[in-house]
Write a protein that binds this ligand. Sequence first.
Ligand code: WT7
Length: 647
Amino acid sequence: MSDIIPVPASIASAAYIDKAKYEEMYAASVENPDAFWAQEGRRIDWIKPFKTVRNVDYTYGSVSIKWFEDGTLNASANCLDRHLAERGDQTAILFEPDDPNAEAQHITYRQVYERVCKFANVLKALGVGKGDRVVIYLPMIPEAAYAMLACARIGAIHSVVFAGFSPDSLANRINDCEAKLVITADGAPRGGRVTNLKANADTALKHCAASVKCLVVKRTGQDIAWSADRDSWLDEMEAGVPAECPPTEMNAEDPLFVLYTSGSTGKPKGVVHTTGGYLVFAAMTHQITFDYKPGEVYWCTADVGWVTGHTYIVYGPLANGAISLMFEGVPTYPDAGRFWSVVAKHKVNTFYTAPTAIRALMGKGEEIVKKHDRSSLRILGTVGEPINPEAWRWYYEVVGDKRCPVVDTWWQTETGGHLITNLPGATPMKPGSATTPFFGVQPAVLDPGTGEELSGKAEGVLVIKDSWPGQMRTVWGDHQRFMDTYFQQYPGTYFTGDGCRRDEDGYYWITGRVDDVLNVSGHRMGTAEIESALVAHEAVSEAAVVGYPHDLKGQGIYCYVTLMADREPTEALRTELQNWVRSEIGPIAKPDLIQFAPGLPKTRSGKIMRRILRKIAEDDFGALGDTSTLAEPQVVDDLIENRQNRK
Ligand code: WT7
């Protein structure tokens, strides 16, 4: 049963794109991509206009993706300078601090421009130049956006590391991209507590080259350790640099940022996005998917540490001259009504969040939603994982009072922006389906075994047949890995790593990852990363990690752990291992369940049979399939007997 919820007539009549326009534009976008993107490319300002629109080779072995390759531009000038004449005094960033009693800040385009110029000059003073990498490890404060835009202004490549990541994860990323500088804050207030970010950075920097400098933003004023020849305060440095900083002319294909994301091997990969195509796609999808109208208050609740924050808090909204709300806190502080109280306080028009947040708040009941005025809301959005229809309904009915279309946006760190999503004025909704492709995007469903393209109603793996401007260009320092991950398995296409179903109306339903990647509360986590963290503990001899269905998180982390011969499986050790992974990777990677397993199911060649482990973790061991090829079939009985997830 899949219900169809029509587009509200009031939204359709005022939207940029209605159904007829979607069909016409979509056809044009795939029939003549050159002409289509030549026009869309002009939504941003170029220093030297492009002549070539696209130059794409999807052939394994020679993959190369270029958009607008002979054009030059500056991303920060597109987000700031070009708005000054028309809306210099309009709010660009509306900052809502963690503490609900602290004052919100309405920071205008001119003010952001001034801060970014100063910040950029500080970077220069610290020796950062075009092409250098800068790691940004900051809380959700305006300085995070300033830091990104300041890098973009001088052509430095930023790599934002989520402030919830551990010192180890931070160090790995600094080292992988060989950053010259880390930007952090003294502390990060969140949910009434403080994370000691500078202390984390200090720990990380012990494992990095001695030449790496550290720039510190004052947020909490707490005491911190200081290393005089390495550390500088941002405010002190800003006092000593010029106010103006002309934007550096960048080629469209110069990298704008690197963002690390988990894959199926232990080492996160640095996803590289370049300047021109990314910005065009960010601006276009932000305007069209959210039907963003000038003057509206737009709020994406993601963290700038994830791609959603890059594209839909900073680059997309600011390129469009929008009012982008930036929230430092968490949905449940001081109470579970915080989101709705912020919506009421700032008269938010567009609200974009993740299914995991919706499910958590759904559990707190309707009362706390209804006591806040949500009449300003016009468009709701969801991203990060498939949304279950119950959560979708609650979002649509309770939060949006059945007035606001819910856009279900499917995309990835790799895609830079939305690839499959409904458009508020054009696409009838089906709860749980990301619906239909965005302009220029050609999804296909393949048979996972043969790679054959399936037509009509079908289920299989999701690939994209041709490039779009926001596509990642390479893995930082490892183009071979880029090709191996995305272009090898199903030749001639971009492989998403997701499974999907296409229904009789051509709607896409994402069924989740088909690789060893978990999606925990909308955060991507490689099982191999968690396994490496576990085996790094002295008590652990072997580990295998799988996902299992979790009511709030979507997927939970289930670990099978074999201990060293001299270690006893105790509750204390279980807790110790959970905290160990938490401190090795970060709180988001803390295992939900740990099962001590004397043996793991392996084939005779020694390969762990994850299919069996997944089934047991799901508490669905009736259908384990063929276990006869196992080296020691009896280990399965023990695993079942001691399973940790009993429904
Ligand atoms: C994976 C990408 C893109 C920003 C957030 C996550 C899953 C994402 C949806 C959606 C179903 C979704 C996919 C995808 N995913 N959005 N609307 N419906 N699944 O970015 O960390 O790169 O993760 O998230 O499995 O492959 P990411």
